[in-house]
Write a new protein. Structure first.
Length: 85
Protein backbone atom coordinates (compact mmCIF):
# COMPACT_ATOMS: atom_id res chain seq x y z
CA UNK A 1 0.00 0.00 0.00
CA UNK A 2 1.21 3.49 -0.79
CA UNK A 3 0.35 6.93 0.55
CA UNK A 4 -0.39 9.78 -1.85
CA UNK A 5 -0.02 13.39 -0.72
CA UNK A 6 -0.13 16.57 -2.74
CA UNK A 7 0.22 20.32 -2.65
CA UNK A 8 -1.47 22.83 -4.91
CA UNK A 9 0.25 26.13 -5.49
CA UNK A 10 -2.36 28.46 -7.00
CA UNK A 11 -1.12 30.51 -9.91
CA UNK A 12 2.51 29.46 -9.41
CA UNK A 13 4.50 29.03 -12.60
CA UNK A 14 7.96 27.61 -13.19
CA UNK A 15 9.58 26.61 -16.46
CA UNK A 16 9.30 22.99 -17.49
CA UNK A 17 12.99 22.21 -16.92
CA UNK A 18 12.73 23.30 -13.29
CA UNK A 19 9.59 21.22 -12.80
CA UNK A 20 11.21 18.13 -14.34
CA UNK A 21 14.28 18.52 -12.14
CA UNK A 22 12.13 18.81 -9.03
CA UNK A 23 10.07 15.78 -10.04
CA UNK A 24 13.22 13.72 -10.57
CA UNK A 25 14.67 14.82 -7.21
CA UNK A 26 11.44 13.99 -5.34
CA UNK A 27 11.19 10.57 -6.97
CA UNK A 28 14.75 9.78 -5.86
CA UNK A 29 14.06 10.43 -2.17
CA UNK A 30 13.99 7.46 0.22
CA UNK A 31 10.55 5.90 0.44
CA UNK A 32 9.14 7.75 -2.56
CA UNK A 33 7.62 5.47 -5.18
CA UNK A 34 6.68 8.15 -7.75
CA UNK A 35 6.26 11.91 -8.02
CA UNK A 36 4.62 14.41 -10.31
CA UNK A 37 5.32 18.12 -10.53
CA UNK A 38 3.41 19.96 -13.24
CA UNK A 39 0.85 22.55 -14.10
CA UNK A 40 -2.60 21.05 -13.53
CA UNK A 41 -3.73 21.28 -17.13
CA UNK A 42 -6.19 18.65 -18.33
CA UNK A 43 -3.47 17.00 -20.44
CA UNK A 44 -1.00 16.87 -17.54
CA UNK A 45 -3.66 15.49 -15.19
CA UNK A 46 -4.39 12.75 -17.74
CA UNK A 47 -0.68 11.85 -17.68
CA UNK A 48 -0.76 11.60 -13.89
CA UNK A 49 -3.86 9.40 -13.97
CA UNK A 50 -2.16 7.19 -16.58
CA UNK A 51 0.73 6.87 -14.09
CA UNK A 52 -1.74 5.56 -11.47
CA UNK A 53 -2.14 8.76 -9.45
CA UNK A 54 -5.65 9.18 -8.05
CA UNK A 55 -6.73 12.77 -8.68
CA UNK A 56 -10.40 12.33 -7.81
CA UNK A 57 -10.12 14.39 -4.61
CA UNK A 58 -7.84 17.07 -6.05
CA UNK A 59 -9.40 20.29 -7.29
CA UNK A 60 -6.62 22.13 -9.08
CA UNK A 61 -7.10 24.59 -11.90
CA UNK A 62 -5.02 24.55 -15.11
CA UNK A 63 -2.96 27.52 -13.92
CA UNK A 64 -2.10 25.87 -10.59
CA UNK A 65 1.11 24.01 -9.90
CA UNK A 66 0.37 20.47 -8.70
CA UNK A 67 3.00 18.60 -6.69
CA UNK A 68 2.05 15.01 -5.91
CA UNK A 69 4.01 12.16 -4.38
CA UNK A 70 3.27 8.49 -3.90
CA UNK A 71 5.32 7.05 -1.03
CA UNK A 72 5.72 3.93 1.05
CA UNK A 73 4.68 5.76 4.24
CA UNK A 74 3.17 8.96 5.55
CA UNK A 75 6.54 10.19 6.90
CA UNK A 76 8.21 9.60 3.51
CA UNK A 77 5.43 11.49 1.71
CA UNK A 78 5.57 14.37 4.19
CA UNK A 79 9.34 14.54 3.98
CA UNK A 80 9.21 14.68 0.20
CA UNK A 81 6.73 17.56 0.18
CA UNK A 82 8.79 19.37 2.83
CA UNK A 83 11.80 19.22 0.48
CA UNK A 84 10.01 21.26 -2.20
CA UNK A 85 10.86 24.63 -0.68
Amino acid sequence: MTITRHQIRPGAYYDSVTLMQLQKALAALPGVVDAGVMMATPANCELLVASDFDLTTISARPDDLLIIVKAESEPAAGNALAQVD
